[in-house]
Design a protein around this ligand. Structure first.
Ligand code: AKB
Length: 378
């Protein structure tokens, strides 16, 4: 009997994990934080609740750090697909009134495991998108806080995802590479020795997630984002932020002072592509994924190249360069281009915005926003 169990459990575990069903392997779940699951208990629980449980086709999604650059926009897209009530946005900040009007918003502190666990249980969450993090520049300014949020917070989320068998998405970044990585292009698998706490925490996240996937079947998914460019939301303290600010400056004062050298080339992406990549990747069947962490690419440009493209619409734009040593050093250590061939091959990733489309979309969105707010347009 016992030897039967010894043979069956690992065999069933392997079959389950390599099947296309997705989900984590509870039979081999570790006893994190004192919780453990017996297969019989789980199957009874699943049967009893199966009628109204969120399922693979109808997930219930929690987004942490939801009031940053990406959360509200991603929630909007997911709510269109899965229903307003099935996407719960969360943050430690108080949201503006319009966020409450769009769907559920809850307080969630990623450093408070019990608070997170209560939300996952009460809302019967099945997917978790973990956006809470301090970015590269603010991280360097407050290393202790970055370590807490980006590493301790991530551990809470990983434990919870494992315990509750969640599909977990954690973004990584071009910042997960360093000066000794291949830079043009950076492949998915190569040397990663970042020199920022942000980058170190992201490499840690990639490795922890992949480890828990291979050991326990955690459905961990991670995309390395380039610098993300958005008109309606502000990035929060990164090295690539200039590429958003330059559009606002072009239409307000007509002058942008750039903290990077004119020839600093970095991978960038329109927020629309970033959201679409995230949703498509989350929806991809597990059997299509040969990796758990993928680069995604759209375009690479320098400040001078984006300024030249903006001048086709705003000819009087003036850019002066005053490189800031901290941000310039970070940018110089990052890849200039991403190789995203694995994402293209495995789950069909393809960007839609090039530099030309990005610039005209950003300028028209910011133009409309300024006009409807009664602000002058330069
Ligand atoms: C940053 O600049 O820190 C972020 C990123 C590239 O991850 N935008």
């Amino acid at each position: 009997m016992l030897s039967g169990v010894r043979v069956w459990v690992p065999l069933a575990a392997t079959l389950f994990r390599t099947s296309c069903l997705g989900g984590c392997n509870r039979m081999r779940s570790p006893q994190f934080r004192g919780f453990s699951w017996s297969p019989r208990l789980i199957s009874r629980w699943n049967t009893r609740d199966s009628i109204d449980l969120p399922n693979e086709d109808n997930p219930r999604i929690l987004i942490t750090g939801g009031l940053g650059q990406l959360g509200v926009g991603l929630a909007e897209i997911l709510r269109k697909q899965y229903g307003k009530e099935n996407v719960i946005l969360s943050d430690i900040k108080k949201p503006p009134p319009e966020v409450y009007q769009c769907g559920p918003f809850v307080y969630a502190d990623v450093l408070d495991y019990k608070n997170l666990r209560e939300l996952v249980v009460n809302y019967r969450i099945t997917w978790l998108v973990h956006y809470s993090a301090l970015l590269s520049v603010v991280g360097e300014a407050n290393v202790a806080l970055a370590r807490k949020i980006n590493i301790t917070g991530l551990h809470n989320v990983l434990d919870l995802a494992l315990e509750s068998c969640l599909r977990l998405f954690v973004p990584s970044t071009i910042g997960a590479f360093g000066p000794t990585s291949p830079r043009d292009p950076a492949p998915d698998l190569c040397v990663q020795r970042p020199r920022t706490i942000y980058g170190v925490s992201k490499v840690h996240g990639e490795l922890m997630g992949e480890y828990l996937h291979h050991k326990y079947g955690l459905d961990f998914r991670c995309l390395r984002y380039p610098g993300v460019i958005s008109a309606n939301t502000q990035p929060g303290g990164g090295t690539t932020d200039y590429a958003v600010q330059i559009f606002h400056d072009a239409l307000s004062t007509g002058h942008h002072e750039c903290y990077l050298r004119a020839d600093t080339r970095l991978p960038m992406m329109h927020i629309g592509d970033c959201h679409r990549a995230t949703v498509e990747f989350m929806q991809a069947p597990e059997c299509q994924l040969s990796l758990r962490t993928y680069n995604i690419a759209a375009m690479s440009f320098t400040p001078e190249e984006v300024a030249t493209e903006i001048r086709k619409h705003v000819p009087h734009l003036k850019v002066t360069y005053n490189p800031d040593p901290v941000r310039q050093t970070i940018a110089d250590s990052w890849p200039v281009r991403f190789d995203d061939s694995n994402a293209r091959r495995d789950w069909g990733w393809k960007s839609m915005y090039g530099l030309e489309e990005l610039v005209s979309d950003m300028l028209s969105s910011i133009h409309d926003k300024r006009t409807s707010a009664g602000l002058p347009v330069s």
